[in-house]
Design a protein around this ligand. Structure first.
Ligand code: GUN
Ligand code: FE
Length: 424
């Protein structure tokens, strides 16, 4: 990593949920991967330093995908006509079962990692499958890519076909411990995260055992929460002792608090669940494209923002077909408009500034000081070249970025830096 790295270009970043800062042809200065500041003219102390000039390109913070299933990349865009539980049984479980075969896993995971690396995502929280070897292979590939990720070997010991079910809680826990043992100290950029798939896939015994592992290894946890109405009802039957879906995780101590938790979806969370999430600092991974494709509904993101909860965006591939978090920003805005118009006029649609915050600083904070260019933040940056999306009028830097959340594809991504290291 370079001691001093100075990028010049049209810089745009969030400082708060509604605040976007920009600098026309400004300077983004970082030292050893940490931002020192954004300046409209270069301070004298840096005068002799080398500058990487990106010309008229835009420079924004790296994007965080808070929820993505690597083994579902291969069937994205297929089977989009079912709701969650039928979709899992019909498409998802049979596909994930294939990752027992390392040759297939290698081929598919290489494609997934290449796509992620070529896009605007710099950080991701990733589901693997129940398979130890394939998950380690995925972690090897992600480490090599230069992205910074958290990756989970999935736990599931009930309610799935034989081919994708661990035969007992004990076996699932043992496998998790073996996996953690093998990858311990192996990576610099790739960390493990506990991954009970969701309550319907995990027995009480498994959840209790995962809590012990969490304490032993100090691990965060990722799972799914209140995505679909049928799922929510099923959890009530499976855990009659729980007050609500999130309470079933909390009962086992796997719902934030001492160790961070990220829960995907939270579409149907009610007051009590929202209150508990806020109390525990649970992260919400809002996945608007998936929620549309699987007809799950639209999460009350405005409520989550007003209550100052921890929230970011997820692609949820293959519930979502697109890996792009720029696209997820646009989807979040569109979904919020439909919710506002069709079901709840009290929750105003999201603005561009808010969607940009979610995809950068909001989700990035799960990784620490990530997702902004304020001093002290890790230097994750994406360089966007919008010259292939021409415009005849004058546009501000902010307007050019706003346009690109709708118009950009990977071909606009001219460069990418993760924690100060250039990876594209
Ligand atoms: N709930 C449990 N597993 C899954 C999954 O793979 N995708 C989504 N969207 N929801 C889930
Ligand atoms: Fe998911």
């Amino acid at each position: 990593m370079q001691e001093l790295l100075i990028l010049r270009g049209n810089i745009c970043y969030s400082t708060g949920k509604k605040q976007l800062e920009s600098a026309d042809r400004g300077y983004l200065v970082s030292r050893q991967g940490i931002v020192e500041g954004v300046y409209s003219s270069l301070p004298a102390q840096y005068e002799d330093a080398e500058i990487t000039d990106w010309g008229n390109c835009l420079i924004i913070p790296g994007l965080t995908d808070l929820h993505v299933h690597a083994p579902q990349y291969a069937f994205r865009g297929l089977g989009m006509d079912l709701e969650l539980l039928d979709w899992l049984n019909t498409h998802t479980f049979p596909e994930e079962a294939k990752y027992r075969d390392l040759e297939y896993a290698g081929k598919a995971y290489e494609m997934f990692v290449r796509d992620l690396k070529n896009g605007a995502t710099t950080r991701a929280v990733v589901f693997g499958t129940i398979h130890e070897e394939a998950t380690e292979l995925l972690m090897d590939l992600l480490e090599e890519s230069g992205l910074i990720t958290m990756v989970g070997k999935v736990n599931m010991d009930r309610n799935s076909p034989d081919e994708l079910r661990e035969k007992s809680a004990g076996e699932s826990l043992q496998s998790t411990r073996r996996w953690l043992g093998k990858i311990r100290d192996k990576y610099e950029r790739t960390r493990p995260i506990l991954t009970p798939r969701f309550i319907p896939s995990c027995t009480d015994e498994l959840m209790s055992g995962l809590k012990e592992i969490q304490r032993e290894y100090s691990l965060p946890v990722q799972s799914h929460l209140s995505e679909n109405q049928g799922e929510v009802e099923w959890v009530r039957e499976l855990c009659p002792w729980s007050d609500f879906y999130g309470d079933a995780y909390d009962h086992f101590g796997l719902f934030g608090g001492e160790y961070p938790a990220v829960m995907a979806h939270c579409v149907h969370s009610k007051e009590e669940e929202i209150r508990r999430m806020k109390q525990r600092g649970v992260y919400i991974a809002h996945c608007p494209q998936s929620n549309t494709n699987l007809s799950s509904g639209v999460a009350p993101v405005r409520t989550y923002l007003e209550q100052d909860m921890n929230i970011g965006l997820g692609s949820d591939v293959a519930g979502g077909f697109a890996t792009s978090i720029l696209r997820a920003m646009a989807d979040a805005i569109q979904a919020s408009k439909l919710r506002w118009r069709l079901s709840d006029s009290s929750l105003k649609p999201l603005s561009f500034e808010e969607a940009f915050y979610l995809g950068t600083k909001g989700g990035g904070s799960f990784f620490g000081k990530v997702g902004s260019f304020e001093p002290g933040y890790e230097m994750d940056a994406v360089v966007l070249d919008d010259s292939q999306c021409p415009y005849p009028q004058e546009l501000t830097v902010k307007e050019r970025v706003e346009r690109l959340i709708y118009l950009a594809d990977d071909s606009q991504i001219a460069g990418k830096y993760v924690a100060g290291k250039k990876i594209k």
